[in-house]
Design a protein around this ligand. Structure first.
Ligand code: ATP
Ligand code: MG
Length: 399
């Protein structure tokens, strides 16, 4: 573990929680742990004073509690330079609750089930990230590549609306700082992200293809469109560009630059597996394949999995079955598909033409035009599990 004499303050009303953390970190002689058996709101003022002296403050919280949220805000406001705030919340914490904690000032949210053996890894990871940011380097954002098992399977619908859900709503209509999620349409010839979001034409990728330059942060910052909720979008060109006119090093630079300034980079992939896809494969933290369970789509999905995982063995792959709501009992066809893919069919998006058509007619994300529709809710669940997946200790932290 890469830690030089760190101090941790654990605040929990349950002695057993503090004890479990103490035990899990007991072989780390370079870590000093102090505990406060209390809720965060009970020791609010004292916690604020104490927190300034610790590298990491780990506290148990209930995101529904307004008192906890204000205690966190006070803690975040007066924390010491470099103090990292880590909330431990119930395993069932929702995406919006995790976001509320982040907004209040929490740096990391850990499910309470992780306070066992996995906590040491988590602390090490958090510590590593805070050292990187203290050194002026932002922690790397996660790259999620979205592929399709057949044309029209719904990969752009998933890419656009997953990006929108991860970015979150801007309910107060105050200007949002861009930076959380970037959406990149690498379906160079047939990309439709721009029309899904009713954007003005953007020929950035064509310009790169033509002049062959390597894009940097300034260029991308000036070229990308920021949506009203802060989502940054790099659309496919409106004019025709040969698929292989981009180079691997250009695609690599786009992804490397964006993941330094965004928590998530969502990539809508083309159906053809062109050379520069290698840059995406090497960097992807997750691959989402949008499919149906017809034999041909399942076969193509299998080929995609094999292609992507040959050079990226630990790449997590999520299968999203589109146009089907989650069945109560999986049929034999479902079981056969899961077997062929060697993956559980965990994510289902119902056939919901009303919501899908409303989104495409208005050129807006589903959450905007049909917030309560079954399709929107299913994409929101996908976003929640995606985010939670990256937060769990079992996640492959290959970067
Ligand atoms: N669950 C759904 N219910 C109803 N309509 C849907 C659903 N998912 C996608 N659609 C619609 O299907 C069409 C194709 O979807 P989309 O463009 O997302 O697919 P794609 O895989 O990106 O296709 P392409 O091959 O053009 O890239 C769109 O009109 C979209 O609105
Ligand atoms: Mg598409």
């Amino acid at each position: 573990m890469k830690m030089k004499s760190k101090s941790i303050l654990v605040i929990s009303p349950e002695q057993s929680v503090s004890d479990a953390i103490g035990t899990a970190l007991s072989d780390k002689s370079d870590i000093r742990i102090d505990t406060e058996v209390s809720t965060l709101s009970q020791i609010n003022g004292k916690a604020v004073k104490m927190a300034a002296d610790y590298d990491i403050v780990l506290f148990q919280t209930s995101p529904e509690s307004d008192a906890d949220i204000s205690a966190i805000q006070a803690l975040a406001k007066d924390r010491g330079k470099g103090t990292v705030l880590v909330a431990m919340a119930d395993d069932g914490i929702s995406l919006s609750q995790a976001r509320a904690l982040n907004r209040a000032g929490v740096d990391e949210v850990l499910p309470i089930s992780m306070i066992g053996a996995e906590i040491a890894d988590q602390i090490s990871k958090i510590d590593h990230a805070s050292e990187a940011s203290a050194a002026g380097k932002a922690p790397m954002g996660k790259i999620i590549a979205v592929a399709q098992a057949r044309g029209g399977a719904g990969s752009t619908t998933v890419a656009v609306n997953l990006a929108d859900q991860l970015q979150g709503r801007n309910k107060k209509r105050v200007p949002v700082k861009p930076g959380k999620v970037a959406l990149v349409d690498l379906d160079l010839q047939f990309g439709t992200v721009g029309s899904f979001l009713d954007m003005d034409e953007q020929d950035t990728l064509l310009q790169l293809a033509l002049d062959g330059t390597i894009p940097d942060a300034t260029f991308l910052g000036q070229s990308m469109t920021t949506m009203h909720n802060g989502l940054s979008v790099l659309a496919a060109p409106s004019k025709f560009a040969p698929l292989d006119s981009l180079r691997t090093d250009q695609v690599a630079a786009i992804l490397d630059t964006l993941r330094q300034s965004h928590e998530y980079v969502i990539v809508d992939l083309p159906r053809a597996l062109v050379g520069w896809i290698e840059a995406v494969i090497e960097r992807a933290d997750e691959l989402i394949i949008v499919t149906d369970i017809s034999v041909s789509s399942v076969r193509h999905s299998r080929r995609l999995i094999d292609f992507f995982t040959t050079d990226n063995l630990t790449l997590p792959v999520q299968i999203v079955v589109n146009h089907e709501k989650k069945p109560l009992m999986q049929s034999s066809l479902h079981r056969e598909a899961a077997k062929a893919l060697e993956r559980k069919l965990d994510h289902w998006l119902p056939h919901d033409p009303k919501a899908a058509n409303a989104a495409s007619d208005k050129g807006k994300p589903l959450s905007n035009v049909a917030p309560r529709s079954p399709l929107t809710k299913a994409v929101a669940r996908l976003a929640t599990t995606t985010q939670a997946g990256f937060q769990t200790a079992s996640q492959n932290n290959r970067k």
